[in-house]
Design a protein around this ligand. Sequence first.
Ligand code: ARG
Length: 569
Amino acid sequence: MDAFKEEIGRTLEPLTGIGAARIADLLEVPPEPVMGDLAFPCYILASSWKQAPAAIAQRLGEQLSGQRGTYWEKASAKGSYLNFFLDPVAMAREVLQQVYSQGDCYGGSRLGEGKTVVIDFSAPNIAKPFGIGHLRSTVIGHALYLIFQALGYRCVGINHLGDWGTQFGKLIVAFRRWGEEEQLQSDPIGYLYRLYVRFHQEAETDGALEEEARAWFSRLEQGDREAEKIWRRFKELSLGDYQRIYQRLGVEFDYVQGESFYNDRIEDVLRLVQERNLAVESDGALIIDLEKHGLPPCLLRKKDGATLYITRDLAAAIYRYEQFKFDRMLYVVGSEQTLHFQQLFKVLELLGFEWAKNCVHVPFGLIRFKDGRMSTRAGKMVLLEEVLERAESLALKIIEEKNPSLPDKPAVAAAVAVGAIRFGDLSNDRIKDIEFDWDKVLDFSGETAAYIQYAHTRICSILRKAGETPEAPEEECLHRLNSEEEKTLLKVLAAMPEKVRASAESYRPSILARYLVDVAREFNRFYHNCPVLGSDPLLQKARLLLVGATRQVIANGLGLLGIAAPREM
Ligand code: ARG
């Protein structure tokens, strides 16, 4: 679409006085295909021309009447829009050439070349189960990583593990009081989690527990050997469990640098804050007043000397800038932490870091359950591993029914299950809360990954039956692709690069996810009305080219969401 829009931009620039690039941005897709392929909204000119939009459309239409470009063949006014009709052959040539020449890279670009994006994502809390809550950060963050990478950016993915904080004092106390080595060995996270829940239950009646926990965390912060030894074990055991989940989800990080990684940088941060006269000390506590900026005060160090989540985040941000000289840093973290990031970015700015403006919080809503908000304290929690297992067994059941002779069924079921879970999240606007619903996540016929994956396998089967893989568009075929379905499908395929770009610009993988549903839907419509095999040889060739390009777009798009595109299922 970019090439088409650019040409229309160049055509309209001398007639409107608006720059070609801006015109290209303004172009819209008309609601009905019969109205044209791209529309220029003339109300944009109304105030400067002191004319009604419809009159402007009329006038531009007259100026362009009888003319055509390389890609557009006709322009005409309709209401307040000037509508452009694309030349189907030129469009087919352009789209197919792009898809076939770029192959696995189609959809991406070199927009971000030379630029670095740091993405902070996943970040579960050690010794707690990887809940479905951290799933959102993991899949959104990973998709953004893949999307920015496809746009040519250097991406640095960091897992900022929650491996420090007062909860470790609690866990140490719980483990020393009630811990059983054997249970810890057999199911580390599950067991630590149960200890954590027990701590909170018992703390309700035993007032001494909280105090004891604070003391142990304090020992930990001071580098006490015993405290550190227990903590380190908790961390290693938890990491082993997380690793299994990341492997299943196909997620990798460039760095796993948890909060504790910054322990020996905290002093420097506190010193810097004091040098800049930003903080006030009161009773040993260190606080930055942010009232002038409309934010609550930021506590950097408690009276007992313990540092906080935000203190470690300050150290982390500064360290990352030193290391990576990022052009942008994204924090993919739930919207309940909005205030935390506002404070963090403000303090970085007050410290004089010019790059603070390039730090972005990418928030997302909660995953809700029918029985209320998830809470680790109360012990109600849906575990991601259980979700994955259930999804897999359901996928396997469906495959057994539909395609019992499929080779390597478990592997395909795993791809379908991971796809269902990732897509169930990514296809929703991230800001909105998701109601977790088994039927929806696992609906194989709705707007799900399986629906898209299935379109992909159908195309693979067509190509297998045809016995050929189209490689490059042949000129003589192009004019055969002239049915409404074919033209629409081509236009949808042409939109991929701008959808990928839009996903990155607004940090919304949902744009790409929804686009893929459109691709699959348009493919199905096409396939229903336009037989590919057995049509006359030239037409068959043309249609094979079109379905081959569709396959590429689906595979690339799913890939950018971290979802596999099986050839059979
Ligand atoms: N571990 C934190 C949590 O679960 C999320 C950390 C996000 N990243 C960061 N740099 N603060 O709430």
